[in-house]
Ligand binder design. Structure first.
Ligand SMILES: Cc1ncc(COP(=O)(O)O)c(C=O)c1O
Length: 453
């Protein structure tokens, strides 16, 4: 029996604002993973999300944070955008998941829309629920089409934790206990065209690449890299798979990041923000030439929930919001403002900042050492910003706020960063065994409690 007694998550008792935070952490530690709780606590990230709206999230204690993590780029249009909430209400009046085997009008409409938005001749879609699922599909398609088996990915690359995706992971720590994984996977340093060229051979089915490495530390490739990969693949008959799961839907100031370099892959994977913060949906978008392989095999890859009617309806509305609110341009414009401010700050504190980089509102701050990533998460939390260092490069903090963010919020973020750096340098909070619990705001708290019980 846990110290939470018989209160279960979702019951009125466990959502009492006075104990929701500690109960959630206790239950999480007891029934999920205590080390996750310890690691998050150490970085001041033992935040239990309560209410969320637009660019902001409140924890169950009523603390307000500017969400600059957005679940690694899953909330491009903000959290619970009013149009998406309305579309969800409307959809549940009529829809459910739908029957995966039948020809759904919602799947068809979304596939059509994705074909309109995707670059070049990418015009056919297979849906999934999560990112890893469509990476798996993309690799299957590449192997099926080419009859070859070798897949080349990059060191520090990240494509999810499912079978083929895990085999392509750029960090051994994720894979070591689970071998043997899929065979014929090779990895090369990101951004090194010669290394990729040397690895591509007549047995290569595909090169799998993020147009900007996300988990790897917001690494923007050198100009010519993606185009060089495209050319090398063409010369050897291999396919190019570009993983836009983090970078897609306006995040970098283009609909898809590969458009910065004018490169069109054979297969492009998307997920995360397509779901408008309310549903799980992913897609692999590919050429009709590749689709030839699937035409005689329409049931060779299936997913019960992939591209459910409900999710497709929400995704369609999400794409309309991005268009109607001109969020792709907004990302470019606000990204420049953010990076400009960060560069001034970085110049003034060279002992803390090594580099600021990124495109649009996908921004990475590289600190001088690995420990500064978690410590800055901690200090930023104290100044009302939720920002998290990247999984494969802890010295790099990723800032990926919603694209609906305003100029005032960019300025708020810059000020929080300034204050967080001062606290870091002055050792503020270093002696706190557990971060201070903030005072709750009664009105906000009542709203949260009312909305969740
Ligand atoms: C670039 C990239 N590819 C794939 C994935 C895996 O997506 P999911 O966690 O939905 O399986 C992620 C997740 O963060 C990602 O950032």
């Amino acid at each position: 029996m846990t110290s939470t007694g018989n209160m279960r998550p979702g019951t009125k008792g466990s959502l009492n604002p006075d104990c929701a935070h500690s109960h959630a952490l206790l239950d999480f530690a007891q029934y999920m993973n205590p080390q996750q709780v310890r690691v998050l606590k150490a970085a001041g990230l033992d935040i239990v999300e309560g209410d969320r709206s637009g660019a902001w999230v409140w924890d169950v204690d009523g603390r307000k944070f500017l969400d600059c993590f957005t679940s690694a780029g899953s909330f491009n249009i903000g959290r619970r955008h009013p149009r998406i909430v309305a579309a969800m209400h409307e959809a549940v009046e009529h829809l459910d998941h739908g029957n995966f085997l039948l020809c759904s009008q919602y799947k068809a409409a979304l596939a059509h829309k994705l074909a309109d938005l995707a670059p070049g001749g990418l015009c056919c879609t297979t849906f999934g629920t999560g990112g890893g699922e469509v990476i798996d599909f993309a690799i299957k398609l590449a192997r099926g089409v080419t009859g070859r088996s070798k897949i080349i990915s990059t060191l520090n690359g990240y494509h999810g934790h499912t079978g083929f995706a895990l085999s392509a992971a750029g960090r051994d720590v994720y894979k070591a206990p689970f071998g043997p994984l899929m065979s014929e996977f090779a990895r090369v340093p990101y951004g090194d065209l010669d290394a990729a060229r040397a690895e591509i051979d007549p047995g290569t089915a595909a090169v799998l690449i993020e147009p900007i490495q996300g988990e790897g530390g917001v690494v923007v490739p050198p100009d010519g890299y993606l185009a060089g990969l495209r050319q090398a693949c063409d010369e050897s008959g291999a396919l190019l798979i570009i993983d836009e799961i983090q970078t897609g839907f306006g995040r970098t100031g283009r609909w898809f990041a590969c458009e910065h370099w004018g490169v069109v892959p054979d297969i492009m994977t998307v997920a995360k923000s397509l779901g408008g913060s309310l549903v799980a949906i992913s897609a692999a978008i590919y050429t009709d030439q590749l689709r030839e392989f699937l035409i005689p095999n329409p049931f060779i890859h299936l997913s019960t929930f992939g591209g459910s009617d409900l999710a497709c309806a929400i995704a369609l509305e999400t794409l309309s919001v991005i268009e109607d609110e001109d969020l792709v341009k907004r990302s470019m414009h606000l990204g420049e403002r953010l990076r400009g401010g960060l560069e001034v700050l970085a110049d003034s504190r060279p002992e803390v900042f090594a580099e600021v980089r990124g495109l649009g509102l996908m921004v990475g701050i590289e600190y001088r050492d690995d420990s500064m990533g978690p410590r800055m998460s901690y200090h930023l939390g104290r100044h009302g910003v939720l920002a998290i260092y990247t999984g494969n490069a802890p010295s790099v903090m990723r800032l990926m706020p919603p694209l609906v963010i305003g100029e005032a919020e960019i300025d708020f973020l810059l000020e929080a960063l300034y204050n967080a750096v001062e606290d870091l340098l002055n050792g503020v909070g270093d002696d706190e065994p557990v971060r201070k619990r903030p005072r709750r705001r009664p009105a906000r708290q009542a709203q949260i409690a009312g909305g969740t019980t």
